[in-house]
Design a protein around this ligand. Structure first.
Ligand code: MG
Length: 214
């Protein structure tokens, strides 16, 4: 079944939001999520790592188009690679009161401005903690959280068992060639998923990998 792309109004909001999701990968994410909802109706989506809500607009749009709900998980204090001194730090995201990063106000504005508040549940907390208490099967799981070895490993171990049979796992920033980027999303999420025999490749767009649970 062909899937129409994200509408132009939501696209405008996605592209206006801060973040690291290229447009073509966001579009691939959207199509994968809508497709996942078609095979697993009435089953929610989870996204780990929301930052300022850029990818959330594509996924929230997919949830809305599919009459389901996206649970968007982030502690909103920024990942390791977003902290001062790291490559992906944005000083304008620091809360002057605490001196700590806080992306929640930016995330909330993105979702409200895009009109997606009814389709996106904002879950503010530590991904492994939420995962340990989460039992609902997922139509679609997007992992784009902390990109270090430990957070990537925990997101793989704790979240991927929640993907329903026939459901979809999408992973961002997967770089098989070390020259292109960091290793953990590839070595600690993508490879273990494939090697587990529980997931098969569906598509690749840039650094986005889409897998299906067998
Ligand atoms: Mg990413």
């Amino acid at each position: 079944m062909s899937i129409s792309p994200l509408n132009s109004e939501l696209r405008r909001h996605a592209l206006a939001a801060r973040g690291f999701m290229p447009e073509d990968e966001g579009d691939a994410l959207y199509v994968a999520a809508v497709h996942a909802a078609q095979s697993e109706p009435n089953t929610p989506f989870v996204a780990v790592g929301s930052y300022c809500g850029r990818s959330t607009v594509w996924l929230g749009g997919a949830a809305r188009a599919s009459n389901t709900t996206l649970f968007a998980i982030d502690h909103h204090f920024g990942s390791e690679e977003n902290q001062p001194g790291w490559e992906w730090h944005d000083t304008s995201l620091v809360d002057p009161r605490t001196g700590r990063m806080d992306t929640l106000p930016f995330f909330r504005s993105t979702i409200l401005d895009a009109g997606l508040a009814d389709s996106v549940v904002t879950m503010v907390g530590d991904s492994p903690t939420i995962a340990r208490h989460w039992t609902t099967p997922l139509a679609f799981l997007f992992i784009d959280g902390g990109h270090g070895v430990e957070p990537a490993t925990l997101d793989y171990q704790l979240w991927t068992p929640r993907v329903a049979q026939g459901g979809t796992l999408a992973i961002h920033d997967v770089f098989p060639d070390p020259a292109d980027g960091g290793r953990p999303p590839y070595e600690n999420i993508y490879l273990p998923a494939i090697e587990s025999g529980l997931f098969e490749d569906v598509s690749a767009t840039g650094s986005l990998r889409v897998l299906r649970r067998i």
